[in-house]
Design a protein around this ligand. Structure first.
Ligand code: ADP
Ligand code: MG
Length: 677
């Protein structure tokens, strides 16, 4: 479709006029109507570029890259010229760049250096309905910046479906533009009788059935993750291979998920070969952020993988849960873009009505607020995070949990004010614990090792699939050798990188070791970038130095002091050392940790995540010496949360107000004086 054929085109002038007149505008339009690719171009042509550039945020890194590429094509320039992108550890922009696609997290980090975002004249918060944590934080921060910045700043929120009344009310009654989509009719077919428990098998069967019996048109199947997609692709390919030749037209199966290399992703935008039907197996990414033209059939198992976090225990979980009704409607809509379509729901109408919630709980209400609170505290706005103007509040428990963790990491002082260390942590493109470890590395003289560990832990994938699975005898032996030290995952990561270095960063070596070549090269690039950041200059040091490893473990201990666990007496289970001690086992995938003569595991470990599946596990673990931990323990005790949160925990504020007058908790929170109001 050319730009002029997109539903948004006729609304060009209305959009420009509205944005011109109002500081904040909400634009709602069906997925594929041209919001992400067109709005920035319209504004650029019209007037904004003279005042500064246009920043368009995306919740997903891959979306920022893909869209920048697409828009550069439309504007006939190279990515990095007039149109560019900036995401963590990767950027392509230049002085000529007028439109930047960036992740919401990147924009938030840019604010630390330039709180006024003075380079921008317009910020578009795209995919607002996704309610990613960083987008939600930006809602509040930018809403206030629009009012205070001398040079005018335009804020635009774009979204597929959202509660426009709620948004408009939050953004001071801003106008809401609705772009009517060209939606064809979509026939919805619910599964009859029983709810499909094995939705993967059901999805494969349904897709095959459509291919064999329905008229031409591409098929889009929603699954919950990469592993599931790989499995489904395999099953379906096998099923088709078993059919007699010429019994059906050709089928091109295309997986689509965020962690996929861009070149492969781009295949979904290429026109299919003649007479060939395409079947796209996608994660949620195809729900709103990527539009594939040509889809006529949607298969929706009604499930999504969702992260959640319990502040009281610090426990994370990643469960496959039912989608919301809004999401189900959105998915079905994907079938009606080119002609009348059909959506096969692998669940009953009753399930839709009774088991699915109306909307999805925003991420801010089910995630660890550590990083977000560190950002808010680092902005020179003196934000009271408990009283901050959230669209939906994360709740006092989650905020107090984050404050407590930040105190343990020395990012805040006892009164809850950001420290110099905290500022430096926020400025590093790493999660707070890794940032803290890196800063501690200077004191322990182990910067090279810590840089390596931080970089390796920042890469999405290091191991290819099943670690033991398809490795050669030789590879397995080599990996076992690297694990011999028995010091857990962080140290294994270090050893792997060092061994790779000794093998001249060879890709073949990675393959032999069952490592993801791309992930390893990414880690190397990240390491280079971190090393270049002023505060952590590294000097070269020889490979296997034991003092280096001990020093690295001590640096990690400082950074992960908020995630310490102690072994139970005469037992190999662990108990976390936070407020509510939680019992957990080391995850079976943990790299080898040596036991002592009595067969007991180390008394103390730090961990990367505490998570619940069938059991409660600690993952990515590093053992610590008891003497080192003694020095850290006092930090974990006697934390005065009240003082930390400015003497005004929400619970207490509500109680106090209840005595003074009959105010609801919510009103009281709003009435706590905020310096940035
Ligand atoms: P919205 O943001 O409203 O969902 P987009 O601006 O993303 O819409 O998409 C508008 C059109 O551009 C769609 O028809 C989509 O298929 C097409 N498009 C978007 N990205 C690409 C791409 N990388 N390659 C080819 N076509 C694309
Ligand atoms: Mg979009």
């Amino acid at each position: 479709m050319t730009a002029k054929e997109l539903p948004i085109w006729p609304f060009r002038q209305t959009i420009l006029d509205t944005v011109f007149k109002h500081p904040i505008t909400v634009i709602i339009g069906e997925t594929g109507s041209g919001k992400t690719t067109q709005i920035a171009q319209m504004l650029d042509k019209a007037y904004c570029a003279r005042e500064g550039c246009i920043g368009v945020t995306q919740p997903r890194r891959v979306a920022a890259l893909t869209v920048a590429r697409r828009v550069a094509e439309e504007m006939r320039c190279e990515v990095g010229q007039e149109v560019g992108y900036r995401v963590r550890f990767e950027e392509r922009t230049s002085r000529r760049t007028r439109i930047v696609y960036l992740t919401d997290g990147t924009l938030l980090r840019e604010m630390l250096d330039d709180p006024e975002l003075s380079a921008y004249s317009v910020i578009v918060l795209d995919e607002a309905h996704e309610r990613s944590l960083n987008t939600d934080v930006l809602f509040g921060v930018l809403k206030s910046l629009v009012k205070t910045r001398q040079k005018p700043l335009k804020l635009i929120l774009t979204s597929a479906t959202l509660d426009s009344a709620k948004f408009s009310a939050y953004f001071d009654g801003c106008p809401v533009l609705n772009i009517p989509g060209r939606q064809y009719e979509v026939q919805i077919v619910h599964s009859q009788g029983n709810h499909e428990n094995d939705y993967l098998a059901a999805a494969v069967d349904t897709a095959l059935d459509i291919h064999l019996h329905q008229p031409p048109g591409d098929i889009l199947v929603f699954l919950t993750g990469q592993a599931e997609i790989d499995k489904a692709v395999k099953q379906l390919s096998e099923a088709i291979a078993e059919l007699p030749e010429d019994s059906c037209p050709d089928l091109l199966i295309l997986p689509l998920y965020a962690a996929m290399p861009l070149e492969l992703q781009a295949r979904v935008f290429a026109p299919p070969p003649d007479g060939c039907r395409r079947l796209i197996m996608a994660t949620n990414i195809a729900e709103t952020s990527i539009t594939v033209d040509g889809v006529v059939y949607v298969v929706d198992p009604g499930m999504v993988k969702q992260k959640s976090y319990t502040p009281a225990t610090g426990m994370e979980s990643l469960h496959v849960v039912p989608i919301s009704r809004v999401q189900a409607t959105q998915r079905a809509g994907r079938a009606g873009r080119v002609c009348n379509g059909k959506c096969y729901r692998l669940y009953t109408a009753q399930f839709f009505e009774r088991e699915m919630s109306e909307t999805t709980v925003p991420e801010i209400q089910r995630t660890n607020m550590l990083t977000a609170v560190l950002y808010l505290k680092s902005l020179p706005l003196d934000i009271d995070v408990l009283a901050f103007d959230y669209l939906d509040s994360p709740g006092s428990e989650a905020l107090e949990d984050a404050l407590r963790q930040l105190l343990i990491l020395d990012a805040l002082d006892r009164d809850g004010h950001i420290t110099e260390l905290g500022r430096r942590m926020a400025a590093l493109p790493l999660e707070p614990s890794l940032a803290r470890s890196l800063l501690a590395a200077a004191d322990h003289d182990c910067l090279p090792e810590t840089l390596t560990a931080a970089a390796m832990l920042s890469a999405e994938t290091i191991f290819l699939g099943n670690r033991q699975g398809e490795l050669s005898e030789q590879g397995r032996a080599a990996l076992a050798e690297l694990m011999k030290e028995g010091l857990g995952d962080h140290i294994l990561m270090l050893r792997i990188f060092q061994a790779w270095e000794r093998n001249s960063f060879s890709s073949k070596w990675c393959k032999d070791m069952g490592l993801d070549v791309r992930g390893m090269h990414f880690a190397r690039e990240v390491r280079k970038q971190l090393a270049d950041l002023g505060s952590c200059k590294s000097q070269a040091r020889g490979g296997l130095c034991l003092a280096g490893v001990d020093a690295l473990r001590r640096a990690l201990l400082v950074g992960f002091a908020n995630r310490l666990a102690r072994r139970m007496p005469r037992h190999n289970g662990y108990k976390t050392l936070n407020e509510r001690a939680t019992l957990a086992q080391l995850h079976p995938a943990t790299a080898r940790i040596a036991a002592d003569e009595d067969g007991l595991m180390p008394e103390f470990v730090i961990y990367y995540a505490l998570f619940a599946t069938a059991k409660v596990f600690l993952s990515k673990v590093c053992p610590m010496d008891s003497e080192w931990v003694e020095d850290i323990l006092p930090k974990l005790r006697n934390i005065d949360v009240e003082r930390l949160s400015g003497g005004m925990t929400t619970k207490k504020a509500a109680k106090r107000a209840a005595v003074v007058g009959d105010l609801s908790e919510k009103q009281v929170v709003k009435n706590v004086p905020v310096a940035n109001a």
